[in-house]
Write a protein that binds this ligand. Sequence first.
Ligand code: ZN
Length: 143
Amino acid sequence: MFNRDLLPNAQAYYGQYFAFKGNKAKHLVPCCFHHDKTASLSIDMVSGRFYCFGCSASGGDILDFHQQKTGLNFVESCKDLGAWVDTTQDTPDQLAARKKKIEQADREYKARQVQAAKAEKEHAQAFIPLVATISSSNAPSRC
Ligand SMILES: [Zn+2]
């Protein structure tokens, strides 16, 4: 059974693949899913979300990243990341307790995802008018 609580944190996980400068919540790094000459891959260190502006590789957490990076399926990735619990020896009570804990972790995860998506949207909304202002002020004047 997958237990999200056992996943490594995004900082530790992505640190194996990328050299991050500073301790920011979001990093842009050279993408590992396409031949990237710039830093096109945006990584959210809190939620683990990632998105590439070059090749559109994207996912909601390190588990998505791990599957795409390694080609492993969901269960294999969970096991690979140490987030798979063997429940075959559990009593029904143990299994129920475990499920409850895992569901709680999933709810918290979903709440964080909603928050991260909201923050992304707000960031985009703050950014787009700024770009529009810059490009309109650079437009040649015809008066
Ligand atoms: Zn890419």
